[in-house]
Design a protein around this ligand. Structure first.
Ligand code: SF4
Length: 367
């Protein structure tokens, strides 16, 4: 198949779904890890097509949703108290922190701006030097290369007023944390295809073997997802647990070596908190010593959280992000929490699971 329409062919999708249902001798639990896949699943009703054979759990694959509250609070504080211009992607600015989102920080006088890329923020810093500019660097393996490129660009120019507030996270360790949890009920994972285009699939091998869990790198169109499910269910039925690649048109086992080398030059692997999951060993990135001058946490130490940040009590985002709660089962879904008035990040982000249900199924499934 070469054209996108072919990956949305309803007849092929129905045939694949039927094959998945026929192959299964019991009901399996499969988690898709990417918010983009969650939206495709809910939009096209793929969960309903395979329901007799597969219970789909939505994982923590929304980069905005897993960024800790403390990081947002720190970004707001840097904008409001340290006089720096804080930049990030548009949806990041709408995620609630302890004192509202970053647009609220702007309303209180902080200079907060939307940029399309980290390099745009670095260029802004060069234009308006010496005023400090901080890029709130969030996201998975897919966005880390662009942040790394901006850091290298800034260092090469000797910019002294550009900083990164690093909140990048790595998907495989989080997936391992979910598989290893005492209450784990995931039989197989669909790994996000775009993350695998950068990092490859090799890192998943040991996780699949250690936890006896099939992991299938999968694309984002309905036919991709159903093919990924078919591969996962076939492994489960055969008692296998290996890494497979459904998204062969984009993913190589070694990933993108140039992007990986760039990330490795700028960042080191470190333990990182994920919103909803907690501290994930080796679950994120920090700047290497050579780039430490660009670290916003070191440049603005007074802007660290003074007390632990608290999620809104009514928001069950932590359960949603672990796949423990379907968004419509949240008591606030469609009532106190809507995209216009979100209580939590999964309702804000275009990749959030709560937003997916609200957008494609409305409040019809609300409790
Ligand atoms: S529906 Fe809203 S309140 Fe409930 S978990 Fe999702 S974001 Fe939080």
């Amino acid at each position: 198949m070469r054209l996108v329409d072919e990956y949305r062919d309803p007849a092929l999708a129905h045939a694949l779904a039927t094959a998945v249902v026929r192959r299964a001798t019991r009901r399996w639990t499969v988690m898709e890890v990417c918010g983009g896949q969650t939206h495709a699943i809910v939009e096209h009703g793929l969960d309903q097509l395979v329901a007799p054979a597969v219970e789909l759990l939505h994982g923590p694959g929304c980069p905005v949703c897993v960024t800790p509250l403390e990081t947002l609070d720190r970004a707001a504080s840097i904008a409001e108290e340290a006089g720096a211009i804080v930049c990030s992607f548009g949806d990041m600015l709408r995620v609630p922190g302890s004192r509202g989102d970053l647009f609220a920080a702007r309303a209180r006088g902080g200079d907060v701006r939307v940029v399309a890329t980290p390099l745009d923020a670095a260029r802004l810093a060069e234009r308006i030097a010496p005023q400090p500019v901080v890029f709130l660097a969030v996201g998975f393996e897919t966005t880390a290369p662009a942040a790394a490129a901006a850091a290298r660009w800034a260092l090469a120019r000797g910019l002294a007023n550009f900083f990164l507030l690093v909140a990048h996270v790595r998907v495989p360790p989080a997936l391992e944390a979910i598989a290893a949890a005492p209450d784990a009920r995931v039989h197989a994972f669909l790994a996000a295809g775009h993350v695998c285009t950068v990092m490859g699939t090799a890192e998943y091998e040991s996780i699949a073997a250690r936890h006896r869990v099939p992991i299938v790198a999968t694309g984002f169109e309905p036919v991709d997802i159903l093919e990924g499910l078919a591969l996962a269910v076939a492994q489960l039925e055969d008692g296998a647990a290996r890494v497979e690649n459904q998204y062969r048109r984009a993913v190589r086992p070694e990933g993108n070596p140039a992007a990986r080398a760039l990330v490795d030059e700028v960042f080191a692997v470190a333990d990182r908190p994920w919103r909803g999951i907690g501290l994930v060993p080796r679950g994120g990135l920090v700047l290497r010593d050579r780039y430490r001058a660009l670290d916003a946490e070191q440049a603005f130490p007074a802007c660290a959280a003074r007390e632990p940040a608290r999620e809104p009590e009514a928001c069950r985002a932590a359960d949603v992000l672990r796949g423990a709660l379907r968004p419509p089962a949240c008591p606030a879904f469609g009532r106190g929490c809507t995209p216009e008035h979100p209580l939590g990040a999964p309702m804000v982000s275009p990749e959030g699971a709560c937003a997916a249900y609200f957008r494609w199924r409305g409040a019809e499934e609300a409790p």
